[in-house]
Design a protein around this ligand. Structure first.
Ligand code: G6Q
Length: 546
């Protein structure tokens, strides 16, 4: 047994869960008229209603004891002050420095990182302005019309999500994102483009990622088929990376490189030079509004007492459900079409950060860690999988997100959207009792055996927890705050679980194996020692591809 699961705060929560698990949210609301105001928080542009959670004041107080036991305030400071919190890679995780708008220095190993951050932001402004205003010309003197971001994982999901969430009305540039090494992804994209007016952004922190480099080489070959001369590459290829040597080796002049640093984790990198496609898509002012929104959330995280701290409360609620109710998943259900890709972004952020099986010191955990994140934008999910949320046997805590104002007002669409948002959270919480279902069936004229037969199917247990996050309108500032909220919430979980949220060794194993198998797929003589299944599949593929 680990010291965590034997600790006083943990044992007290386990005991409390035993007492509270039969209590229904309906009763909690009925007995406390102030429940909504008691369990509502504001941070920057966001409002969180967490009253529809299976908690009481005592639950919160016990969760806060757990946070104190894990020395959460000290750990927040360590993160924000540039301590090497990524213990397996001996690195800081200073994504907050990238959006530090305070004018204060951020020290790392005795040096202020802010001058470098500001220099790259200025470089991004100059470049994105020049491209957007048509001053940056392609090799035949025509302005750029299309930008293709080639990157994967953290070098793709963030920019793709932000630019999908914040479509500008009249963008001067069309943005494309190519991530998959499946040649179809690149081919389908290039089919639409003219090399004379296309700019490629090769986004890779390491500049060694197999998929990205292969896509980048194929894109360059496509470009050179038309442009013919290597000198023209300079007007059409830029690199976002920490690895100057590899960028040079690829053939991109370091003058066309936008630098970032090893203390920026891939899934935390959209705030860095990796955000160049965002700046090109929505303009540098809007990119800086995104940074500002995130900065405000950072300040809230740094300065608010734990009991009024939005990322802390959300992170502790996650722990409450995962570790004490056995919840294995969490749904993210934004009632805003712009946030459709937000789910896969948070999926990476959360699952790559906290999908860990050992503590920071390397001891196996004996408690659950990161949950599976999934979902889709409402109302679509209601007509697909919400059935399981309402009547299934798995507890799925859910985040419901909604804007109070629509970016695309159209008749009463937004009111219909909001009414569904509210109806779902209420239905999950309340459910429908047998008496209510019976009354309803009787009113519909049903009786006798037919009624008794249908009755159990029409009952809803309810008591299904959800958070509601409201904001005025989805804009850059709000989105920045929202992303930072989820980043910090993920960190809070990791502190309670004593795991490293900033490494991702699990990603490496597949990469290593794929290198060896690549040779074996094309060369029957290549040595390989695999299990019978993998060997069989390799042979089958080699034979049929021939
Ligand atoms: C993120 C992960 C991973 C990474 C990609 C791309 O935290 O480490 O998603 O971003 O593997 O890596 P490169 O940017 O180095 O190409």
């Amino acid at each position: 047994m680990s010291s965590l699961t034997q600790s006083p705060a943990w044992l007290a929560l386990a005991q409390h869960q035993h007492e509270i698990k039969t209590q229904h949210l309906r009763e909690l609301f009925a007995t406390d008229p102030d429940r909504f105001s008691r369990f509502t928080l504001h941070a920057g542009p966001l409002m969180l209603d967490y009253s529809k959670n299976r908690i009481t004041e005592q639950t919160l107080s016990l969760l806060l004891d757990l946070a104190a036991q894990a020395r959460l305030p000290e750990n927040i400071n360590r993160l924000l002050n540039g301590d090497k919190v990524n213990v397996t890679e001996h690195r800081a995780a200073l994504h907050t420095a990238l959006r530090n708008r305070s004018g204060q220095p951020v020290m790392l190993d005795g040096a202020d990182v802010m001058p470098g951050v500001r220099r790259v932001l200025q470089q991004m402004r100059e470049f994105s302005d020049a491209v957007r205003q048509g001053r940056w010309l392609g090799y035949t003197g025509r302005p750029i019309t299309d930008v293709v971001n080639i990157g994967i994982g953290g070098s793709d999901l963030g920019p793709a999500m932000v630019t999908a969430a914040l479509p500008a009305d009249c963008r001067p540039l069309a943005l494309h994102f190519v991530s998959n090494v499946d040649g179809a992804h690149l081919c389908q994209t290039l089919k639409l483009l003219d090399p004379e007016t296309t700019l490629f952004i090769i986004a890779s922190k390491t500049f060694t990622t197999q998929e990205t480099l292969l896509n980048a080489r194929s894109a360059r070959a496509w470009f050179l088929q038309r442009a013919e001369h290597h000198d023209h590459v300079a007007r059409h290829f830029v690199a976002l990376s920490t690895n100057r040597e590899e960028v040079l080796r690829f053939g991109i002049d370091p003058a066309q490189m936008f630098e970032f640093w090893d203390w920026v984790g891939g899934r935390y990198s959209l705030w860095s030079a990796i955000g160049l496609s965002i700046a090109l898509g929505i303009g540098m002012d809007a990119f800086e509004a995104l940074l500002q929104g995130a900065f405000e959330m950072d300040e809230h995280f740094r300065n608010s007492p734990l009991e009024r701290n939005m990322p802390v409360i959300l992170g502790l609620l996650d722990v409450w459900y995962i570790n004490f109710f056995g919840a294995q998943t969490r749904a993210i259900l934004p009632y805003d079409q712009g946030l459709n890709s937000f789910i896969s972004y948070i999926q990476q952020l959360s699952m790559e950060s906290n999908g860990k099986h050992v503590t920071r010191a390397g001891h196996a955990v004996d408690y659950a860690t990161g949950a599976i994140i999934w979902g889709s934008s409402g109302t679509n999910g209601q007509h697909a999988y919400y059935q399981l949320l309402h009547q299934g046997t798995t507890l799925v805590p859910a985040d419901f997100l909604a804007p109070m104002e629509s970016r695309a007002p159209l008749g009463n669409h937004h009111l219909v959207l909001l009414s569904n948002f509210l109806a779902q959270t209420e239905a999950l919480m309340r459910g429908k009792t047998e008496a209510e279902a019976r009354r309803e069936l009787e009113r519909a004229g049903m009786k006798g055996e037919a009624l008794e037969h249908l009755l159990p199917h029409k009952c809803f247990e309810g008591n299904r927890p959800s958070n509601a996050i409201l904001f005025q309108k989805l804009d850059a500032h709000t989105l920045g705050a929202l992303i930072a909220l989820y980043e910090h919430r993920t960190f809070v979980q990791s502190v309670i679980w004593d795991i490293n949220a900033f490494d991702q060794w699990g990603v490496e194993l597949g990469k290593q194996l794929a290198q060896g198998i690549l040779t074996e797929l094309s060369d029957a003589a290549a040595p390989g020692t695999h299990d019978a299944s993998t060997t069989g599949l390799i042979r089958h593929l080699r034979f049929h591809r021939n």
